[in-house]
Design a protein around this ligand. Structure first.
Ligand code: ATP
Length: 239
């Protein structure tokens, strides 16, 4: 299988405090891979390292067979990596339409951009209903759909999702989970999903890595991890 993303022994520090300590992981082409773990385990730091927002201290990050650690964030976006940050950062006073178009800023072909817009609105009918509404007036779940849609407007090969279920009503969490599965399946986008909702993340991913204080504690097939006693105890609230 072709690897789209690979971490080799990555260390990342904030000043003198480590956040990632020798992390190695892979995302294969076409996969959805979940990163689970408690608050502060290092999940977001992995995403910051990929997007170049934070420099790594040592190790290597490869994307599509090329070293990308050291590349600037804008170069990384142009390579086809789109990030949906935690906290649904929409442009609140802009319409849904304009928020979506902002996501296509690296692209030029007008008809291709129009096709992506059509695709996103087809996937998220709520965004179509609220097309001319100011983004800030929508619910948390709808704003989450908007930031995912905005990331898709860049036509990424790899989509990074940071806590898409956070602050979203349970009913919409299911909708968002289904959308992630459909996007991965239909749009040929590999997905790296960071979630504290470990159960949801394990259900919709093929493989997962569980992090504890900056290191990979467990990894494997998500369906198997869902029934693993250690995972149940440490990451699924003991159920
Ligand atoms: P969360 O779900 O809270 O985002 P996380 O698993 O994504 O948790 P990280 O945000 O990657 O964890 O944080 C890993 C460690 O690095 C934590 O100990 C955190 O306190 C620390 N850390 C994160 N960001 C910074 C920063 N900007 N400055 C200093 N320390 C930081």
């Amino acid at each position: 299988m072709n690897q789209i993303l690979k971490f080799v022994d990555v260390e990342l520090y904030y000043d003198h405090v480590y956040a990632l300590k020798g992390v190695s992981l892979e995302v294969n082409e076409g996969e959805t891979v979940a990163l689970i773990g408690a608050n502060g385990a290092g999940k977001s730091s992995i995403l910051r390292a990929i997007t170049g927002l934070r420099k790594i201290r040592s190790g290597e990050i490869h994307y599509g067979g090329k070293r990308i650690d050291g590349a600037a964030p804008d170069e990384i976006v142009k390579m086809g990596i789109a990030m949906v940050p935690e906290g649904r950062r929409v442009f609140p006073y802009m319409t849904v339409r304009d928020n979506l178009l902002m996501g296509a800023f690296t692209r030029t072909g007008k008809s291709e951009i129009a096709a992506s817009l059509e695709m996103v609105l087809g996937r998220f009918p709520r965004l179509k209903e609220r097309y001319t509404q100011a983004a800030g007036t929508m619910s948390g779940g709808e704003q989450q759909m908007l930031v995912i849609g905005r990331a898709l407007m860049a036509k990424p090969r790899l989509l990074l999702l940071d806590e898409p279920s956070l602050g979203v009503a349970p009913k919409l969490v299911q909708d968002i989970a289904r959308s992630i599965v459909a996007i991965n399946r239909d749009e040929k986008v590999s997905v790296l999903l960071v979630e504290q909702n470990s159960r949801m993340a394990l259900r919709i991913s093929q493989r997962a890595y569980a992090l504890t204080t900056g290191s990979v504690a467990l990894s494997g097939n998500s369906a198997e991890l869902l029934t693993d006693d250690r995972v149940k105890r440490l990451y699924l609230g003991g159920e």
